[in-house]
Structures are given as structure tokens and as C-alpha cells.
Design a binder for this molecule. Structure first.
Ligand code: PRP
Ligand code: MG
Length: 214
């Protein structure tokens, strides 16, 4: 039997982590708890799990350093348009939205023309605004984006909205939903034929899990 293993990237910490591990477990794949080691192998399936930062995963897939990943579609839309999108996995559902302070008298996207927008999703925002014929001044920050209007850094923000509680706590309101996202299986354009065969087995198992869940 071949010693070939499929290398899968999973978010190291954050909202996808638990559900990513659960779906692998439910697919009958046991992984030694390797969150500390950043890399773990399965005992009963030819799979090696790498725990990585969300935003780094598209580059790893592009380079072929990992073969597949469980990742939010929103991350692929932002930085991985060239990555193959496989099955939707039904968890980590969210929106990528524009939000403004509650006191902002918002009547439409034109109200954002020429304003400052803080975001971790510059490509997504740019594309959206371009389509609408709006230009804005983007401030790229990597986290805690919702604080930006309160500290005078920006007039509006664009970030992930899930429960809406972060927006609420920061006195913001969602005004435009740019896209909807959930976790997906992402596939490297460089995957070898041998590993593709392992991937097909993994996909078959994942599909059974997803069917059983609905
Ligand atoms: C994420 C995201 C939003 C928030 C949305 O931030 O950036 O801020 O969750 O979720 P909610 O609508 O359920 O409140 P996270 O807490 O992961 O931290 P970060 O922004 O510092 O990465
Ligand atoms: Mg946040």
C-alpha cells in the first residue's frame, strides 16, 4: 500500500476550528490531538493535518504545500480566487458586510463615496465598490475592525458578521451585505493524482456526514 498522505490545512484557532475537527471525526478519521504541535497524522486514514492561520491558507494551497483545506469561502473570495472550491460544509455561516455607526443617516451606497472604510477584506470591498461606481479610502487592519469608527480611524467598516453581536456592541449597523459565506473544502490546483485519489475518499466520507446531518 502507498505511504502517500493527503495534507489538509485546518484553521489553528478561531471559529472554524472546532467544527473542522468535528467533521473529520464524524467522517471516522481519528487525529491525535495535535493542536499544540501544528501538525498531526491520522491513525486510520492517510491524512496529515496542519493547523494554520486562516489568512495564510490560500497561499499554502497555491504553492501546493498543502493539498486541501477547510476554510471560509470569504477567505477564498478575498485571497484565493485561483483555488478550487469543493463541497460546502454547512458550518461557519456568515456574511461579509459594510457597517456604519448607528447615528449615520444611511440612505444607500452612494453615502460612502469618498469616505474612509476600515477592513480586513480590501479586495472584496474594492470589487463591490467598483461595481457600484463608488470610490473609498480603505484602511486595512487585521482584527478588531469594528473599533475603527469609535477611535476616529474610519467612517465605516467592512467585516464578517455572524451573530451581529460585535456590531451591536460597537454601536454599528449593517447596511450592505456584500457576500454570504460558509466553510468549504478548498483544493490546491497542484494536487497530485495519487493524493486526488485519497481526496475522493475523504470527500465521499464528508458527503455522507453532511447527508446524515440534514
Ligand atoms: C470576527 C469578525 C467579526 C466578528 C463577527 O472577529 O472579524 O468581528 O467575529 O461575529 P459576530 O457577528 O458573531 O459578533 P473575531 O472575534 O474572530 O476576532 P478578530 O476580528 O480580532 O479576528
Ligand atoms: Mg472581529
Amino acid at each position: 500500500m502507498s505511504k502517500e498522505k493527503l495534507r489538509i490545512a485546518v484553521q489553528k484557532s478561531g471559529r472554524l476550528f472546532e467544527d473542522s475537527i468535528s467533521i473529520l471525526k464524524d467522517a471516522g478519521i481519528s487525529i491525535d490531538n495535535g493542536k499544540e504541535q501544528l501538525k498531526a497524522s491520522s491513525r486510520n486514514f492517510p491524512l496529515e493535518v496542519m493547523y494554520l492561520r486562516n489568512g495564510d491558507i490560500p497561499q499554502y494551497l497555491r504553492d501546493g504545500v498543502v493539498d486541501v483545506a477547510i476554510i471560509g469561502e470569504n477567505v477564498l473570495i478575498e485571497k484565493g480566487q485561483d483555488i478550487i472550491r469543493g463541497e460546502k460544509l454547512g458550518f461557519s455561516k456568515c456574511r461579509v458586510s459594510l457597517a456604519v455607526p448607528k447615528s449615520f443617516n444611511y440612505n444607500g451606497i452612494k453615502d460612502l463615496d469618498g469616505l474612509k472604510i476600515a477592513t480586513s477584506y480590501p479586495n472584496t470591498v474594492n470589487e463591490f465598490l467598483k461595481e457600484k461606481g463608488i470610490s473609498a479610502d480603505l484602511h486595512i487592519i487585521n482584527g478588531s475592525v469594528e473599533i475603527a469608527p469609535n477611535i476616529g480611524l474610519a467612517d465605516a467598516i467592512c467585516d464578517i458578521v455572524s451573530s451581529g453581536s460585535t456590531l451591536f456592541k460597537n454601536g454599528l449597523k449593517e447596511v450592505e451585505v456584500m457576500l454570504k459565506s460558509e466553510a468549504v473544502l478548498a483544493i490546491s490546483p497542484q494536487i497530485s493524482e495519487e493524493r486526488k485519489a485519497i481526496l475522493e475518499k475523504l470527500q465521499f466520507r464528508m458527503k455522507s456526514v453532511l447527508n446524515a446531518r440534514t
